[in-house]
Design a protein around this ligand. Structure first.
Ligand code: SF4
Ligand code: SF4
Length: 302
């Protein structure tokens, strides 16, 4: 069983309890306007290009069988419609200006990496977290990977948008110890505009999780100025978590927007039209206080 990932991050402390290894899976069905992991959207391999490193030597042009690269103003330009992410140009670039994001791996290969830090998981209450992208885009791989980790006694966490069929979700949850569940916006129409999909399936799935599984849930709430940070949405989210989910949510993690992801758009040579600024600390503390006023344990950060 093989899947496609774009990173394995060891010693992660923001993706669930304790020290964790986070596996980032390729592919996402959402298109959040504020996406900070654009390299996770496509299910295929992609090329990262650092133009500051490029000297325009042209070696990549000669190597590319798809004729996707041209030199313009002494810099290599890649036609992304032609590029298949084969990585041949990466091998010949003398300046490491090119890099492939995405790798096909087996369940066993990932488990071998995850097991290296078992001693840290045991001491800190950590484990493995599957994130993305959206892990549920590769449901069989994810199911097998979680099952394999559980067989090895490793705590498993699924970080998900919840946008998947119930049949997919319920199979994966059989091997999941903790769910990190995203709540981006409570209004279905705004949710569709902001992410490309309505939130109806997402909210229905989390309702069913609370009625059919005992798995603990941590709510993850990105705070995106101008999109979902209004008091009305914050109160509606807190109300949903407490009244509809009946206090099954153990904690709320507020994830303030940051601009660190912008360089990734440059590397993908993709336009980033976002003009979102980082929310001020006072605003985050006000939002935290609203969640706490509903009796929820709220934290800033993952
Ligand atoms: S990754 Fe492959 S197809 Fe894409 S530009 Fe490089 S050599 Fe060409
Ligand atoms: S091989 Fe590397 S340095 Fe040379 S043109 Fe291509 S990207 Fe630039």
């Amino acid at each position: 069983m093989r899947g496609r990932i774009f990173n394995i991050q060891r010693y992660s402390i923001h993706d669930g309890p304790g020290i964790r290894t986070t596996v980032f899976l390729k592919g996402c069905p959402l298109r959040c306007l504020w996406c900070q992991n654009p390299e996770g959207i496509s299910p295929k391999n992609e090329l990262f290009f650092n133009k500051e490193r490029c000297t325009g030597c042209g070696r990549c042009v000669e190597t590319c069988e798809k004729k996707a690269i041209t030199i313009t103003d002494s810099v290599a330009r890649t036609d992304r419609k032609l590029c298949i992410g084969c990585g041949k140009c990466v091998e010949v670039c003398p300046n490491e200006a090119r890099q492939i994001v995405g790798k096909e791996v087996s369940v066993e290969e990932v488990v071998e990496v995850v097991k290296k830090d078992r001693i840290f998981y045991e001491r800190s209450g950590g484990g493995v977290t599957l994130s993305g992208g959206e892990p549920l885009m590769q449901p069989i791989f994810v199911q097998k990977l979680l099952e394999r980790c559980k067989l090895d006694g490793i705590h498993t966490t699924l970080d998900t948008s919840g946008f998947a069929s119930w049949d997919t979700l319920k199979e994966v949850l059989k091997y999941t110890d903790l769910i990190l569940y995203d709540f981006k916006c409570m209004d279905p129409e705004k949710h569709r505009v902001f992410t490309g999909v309505s939130n109806e399936l997402i909210l229905e799935n989390v309702r069913r999780i609370t009625s059919e599984f005992s798995t603990p849930i941590w709510a993850r709430i990105p705070i995106i100025p101008g999109y979902n940070d209004d008091i009305e949405n914050i109160r509606a989210t807190a109300s949903f978590l407490t009244k509809v989910l009946k206090d099954r949510v153990e904690r709320v993690n507020l994830l303030p927007y940051h601009r660190l992801g912008e360089v990734k758009y440059e590397r993908l040579e993709r336009e980033n039209t976002s003009t979102i600024s980082e929310p001020p600390e006072e605003q985050i503390l006000e939002i935290k206080a609203i969640f706490e006023s509903f009796g929820l344990q709220a934290y800033v950060g993952g």
